[in-house]
Design a protein around this ligand. Structure first.
Ligand code: HEM
Length: 778
């Protein structure tokens, strides 16, 4: 810039002088403009900074928005209960008598209807999308009677409220004990649990984990509720109405799902993760949650669509006449049965119960009852789990020999190919999950056989229990070392101290923390994985070559390929090499149109719609209510919501919901902008982080505990901390050759495939389990 000016003074031609003067002037003008605009930009920035310091949330970029408020939120989150008012209402004995008498009559008619429906269906044996769906929402026989009692109690409350024309809050604010005494489940004195504090092995059902409240986190307990439920009638009937008023209804769950599918952008891929992340997510879910839907006579499935008289627990999903997929196939309704209600001894909104034990305790491998665990799943030799030794020398899971179990197929039984049995009934749901179950049954037996060699004097039960304890520790280690940080982001995981320690014992156990699963976790947030499922599933041959593809719907309830030598490895390798879809509101049509589609049919179920409907069935509080609870800016209007959501999801949400306060929790969670280092947005991460924190600090048997009565020795703990999913898959595949060390992440330069043979993937050494093993560090 300086040089031309100087030249102007040396060269004396007038014209050039004039020109140079002109250019000088222009240059000065530019300088002033430049300086002026810098001053303007600086003052704008300064103003923004001052305003921003007063309203910090407005100034974070969209990615940072979610993270900072979550880090200053106090975890575990305190549950909010309904505000109770005062009331002039008096509960008189005759009111109790009448409501109970009428409730019993209603209950009788319900049972008669169940009988009638049962006889109509008794000869129906074909497998349908609905029958498959019912198999993954089974109700345990123990729960059927108990949930009947809950139905009776709920009916008596409804009748009383209707008759007295009062809202539930009035009944909640008076002494309701005369009514509660009439409820069978409240009149029996609970058997006092005799917990043995020094016992180092967990119970199967999770009782006695918390010595002060032995039922906490145990099976068959109601899910925890973080926010009070929102039911249409205030206590039980599903949420179907808009906040705008009585006659304004929410759009059908299918319609919500369809609008997102119609508007879907090109499929986005989660390029960092592998499908093993998802399979692990599902496997772990089946350890922690299992919601059962109501059943009919003899535990039979209830059919809702096409019935002249519907069962009271029916809540079918309406399909619009204009539905571009279902309408021309004559499908106007998708079967949906409400989750069975949990018995409670207080006047409260409907709650649902968890049939799994909440703790990460391998219940999907070992089952939760003695009958299942000891009679059906244990081999009673060398502490082994039962398996089926196949002709080629491989151990397979025990078979489900009942031909009409809803999974087996006659033509395959003839070839000795059966579906499988494990600690959780959903084992056959998808082939990747069945493979994972097989691997862990084999891992149990691998460890048990080594322990038996090391300790010849241990009996079968001792070996079984010691092995189970190690396997549970491995499950916890993999979950918190490999899975959780990818799910909620490294930052939040570090902040909540969820990452396993590198050495030493962990002292975070807190008996006040309830490790029970929240309804919002199981019914909304943790279902995130459904949006990441791929429509085409990849299977890989050895050395990661020869890829084969299967349609997603063909891997469901179709575990038979695992009987072929090497197919398990192909499934695992496929899982390790394929990336999932990105978590968002767009689903594969395999999931929204073809879920559980039987072979000869052209349509199946819609999992997105099922999740939305389940959320409404459970009365989950809508998305907007979660913002404040998770320390986030409230969303009271559309512009307020827009900056929190992905643009493409927001456009559809605005068309679907009449009011911003109507948005289903599940939909809101999928639509949120993700945290910078996680895959979920702030509300999803908030609910999931809270649960994983509780599952750790509320678990007395947490594998890193230093409690002298139950801890591992420091040598043993050091070995357990070497566990990786990669090593478990290597050791228990059919003949696995290689896999990347961080198997839930995709292969990359920093995460290359490693050979299973050799020491590139660390191994656990079990010698410190030998009785009398002595080490200076013990
Ligand atoms: C092939 C894969 C999968 C299939 C076919 C599948 C299917 C289903 C079905 C049919 C339900 C019951 C829906 C209802 O009626 O409420 C369900 C529930 C659920 N799924 Fe999945 N799912 C799959 C993978 C996953 C993954 C990857 C995750 C999470 C990472 C997940 C998390 C859940 C959760 C938390 C529930 C509720 C469980 C309960 O409380 O009983 N699922 N799934």
């Amino acid at each position: 810039m300086h040089e031309p000016l100087q030249r102007d003074y040396v060269e004396v031609s007038t014209a050039s002088y004039q020109r140079s003067l002109e250019s000088h002037r222009r240059w000065r003008l530019c300088l002033w403009i430049g300086l002026g605009s810098t001053v303007i930009v600086c003052s704008i920035l300064l103003t923004l900074l001052i305003v921003g310091s007063k309203q910090p949330r407005l100034e974070f970029s969209t990615t940072e928005v979610g993270n900072t408020p979550l880090l200053s939120l106090s975890f575990p989150i305190k549950e909010r209960s309904h505000q109770r008012g005062r009331s002039n209402f008096t509960l008189r004995p005759e009111m109790v008598y009448e409501s109970m008498a009428e409730a019993r009559e209603e209950f009788k008619s319900r049972k008669a209807l169940e009988e009638q429906l049962f006889h109509q269906q008794v000869n129906r044996t074909e497998q349908t999308a609905s029958s498959y769906h019912q198999q993954v929402t089974t109700l345990s026989p123990e729960m059927r009677n108990i949930s009947d009692s809950a139905v009776l109690a709920e009916t008596s409350v409804r009748l009383l409220l209707e008759k007295e024309q009062i809202p539930i809050e009035e009944l909640q604010s008076v002494d309701a004990s005369p009514l509660l005494k009439e409820w069978v489940h409240c009149s029996v004195t609970p058997v006092k649990k005799n917990c043995r504090p020094g016992d180092k092995f967990r119970t199967l059902d999770g009782t006695c984990n918390n010595l002060h409240a032995p039922e906490k986190g145990a099976t068959l307990q109601p899910f925890r509720r973080i926010l009070p439920p929102v039911y249409d009638d205030g206590y039980s009937s599903p949420r179907t109405k808009s906040v705008l008023g009585k006659d304004q209804f929410l759009l059908s769950a299918r319609e919500v799902s369809r609008r997102f599918t119609d508007n879907a952008e090109p499929v986005a891929i989660e390029t960092k993760l592998s499908m093993l992340f998802l399979t692990w997510g599902q496997f772990l879910d089946h350890d922690m949650t299992n919601t059962g839907s109501s059943k009919g006579e003899n535990g039979s499935a209830i059919t809702c669509c096409g019935q002249r008289k519907q069962h009271p627990e029916c809540f079918p999903i309406q399909v619009d006449k204009t539905d571009p997929f279902y309408a021309d196939k004559g499908v106007h309704c998708l079967d949906f049965v409400r989750s069975a209600p949990a018995p409670q001894c207080r006047i409260n909104g409907r709650e649902q119960f968890n049939q799994a034990s909440a703790y990460i305790d391998g219940s999907m491998i070992y089952a939760t009852t003695r009958l299942e665990a000891d009679i059906r799943l244990r081999a009673h030799i060398n502490g082994n789990m039962r398996g089926r030794l196949y002709q080629d020398g491989r151990w397979m899971l025990p078979i489900s020999a009942e031909p009409k179990d809803g999974c087996n197929k006659d033509e395959l039984i003839k070839q000795s190919r059966y579906c499988f049995k494990a600690g959780d009934v959903r084992v056959n749901e998808q082939i990747g999950l069945t493979a994972m179950h097989t691997v862990w049954m084999r891992e149990h037996n691998r460890i048990a056989n080594e322990l038996a060699d090391l300790n010849k004097h241990w009996d079968d039960t001792r070996i079984y229990e010691e092995t189970r304890r190690i396997v549970i520790a491995q499950l916890q280690h993999i979950s918190y070392n490999e899975f959780v940080p990818l799910l909620i982001g490294e930052k939040l995981a570090e902040h909540l101290k969820l990452r396993p320690l590198a050495s030493d014992y962990d002292s975070s156990y807190n008996k006040e923390v309830d490790a029970g699963i929240s309804n919002e976790f199981s019914t909304a947030a943790y279902r995130f994985g459904h949006s990441m499922l791929q429509g085409l599933v990849e299977l890989y041959g050895a050395q990661g070559r020869n890829v084969d593809y299967m349609q997603f719907t063909r891997i469901l309830f179709n575990p038979f390929a695992l009987w072929d030598f090497g197919k398990l490895d192909a499934v695992v390798r496929g899982n390790a090499q394929q990336c999932p879809r990105k978590l968002d509101t767009s689903f594969s049509t395999q999931v929204t149109n073809h879920l559980f589609q039987p072979e000869k049919s052209h349509h199946g179920f819609d999992l997105f719609a099922l999740n939305i409907q389940r959320g409404r069935d459970h009365g989950l509080a809508p998305y907007s209510q979660w913002r404040e609870l998770c320390n986030l800016s409230p969303v009271n209007d559309w512009p307020g919501l827009e900056k929190e959501m992905r643009a493409s999801s927001f456009v559809v949400i605005k068309q679907i919901y009449q009011d911003v306060k109507d948005i289903d929790l599940y939909v809101g969670i999928l639509a949120e902008n993700p945290l910078p280092d996680g895959i979920l947005g702030p509300v999803g991460s908030c609910i999931i982080a809270d649960q994983f924190l509780r599952s750790k600090i509320g678990d007395r048997f947490w594998y890193e505990t230093g409690d002298p009565a139950i801890r591992f020795t420091s040598d043993q703990l050091k070995e357990i901390r070497k566990t990786t999913l990669a090593r478990v898959l290597c050791d228990n595949g059919d003949a696995m050759d290689a896999i990347q060390l961080k198997s839930m992440e995709i292969v990359s330069e920093s995460n290359p495939r490693k050979r299973c043979a050799g020491d590139d993937i660390p191994r656990m050494d079990l010698s410190s389990w030998e009785d009398g093993f002595f080490s200076l560090s013990v």
